[in-house]
Design a protein around this ligand. Sequence first.
Ligand code: SF4
Ligand code: F3S
Length: 103
Amino acid sequence: AIDPNFDQNRERVGEENGVTVWGPVDEPEQLGIHGTHVAVDYDICIADGACLENCPVDVFTWVDTPSHPASEEKVEPTRESQCIDCMLCVDICPVDAIDVDGS
Ligand code: SF4
Ligand code: F3S
């Protein structure tokens, strides 16, 4: 599961699609955690899609991650500032890849 203390245990290594990336990153196999208030561990995500399909405020966007061992697509929390902290995505993700502040 995603480390809920990732913001203390990892370093910011950059930004993609307007979203902070927390390392370590070693593309294409290791992609780190994307987002801060709504955070997705790209190395755990298997592109299930339930988060994106069910988020009431459409926080997530699909992005391609070719050659990543877990899945070749991931969800970017591009509209994380719109999140209403309903926790649906945290509860629904089958691999516990998402952390929302306060969860
Ligand atoms: Fe969307 Fe709710 Fe997840 Fe926030 S907590 S990203 S509003 S599903
Ligand atoms: Fe990935 Fe979990 Fe969403 S596997 S696509 S973060 S439901």
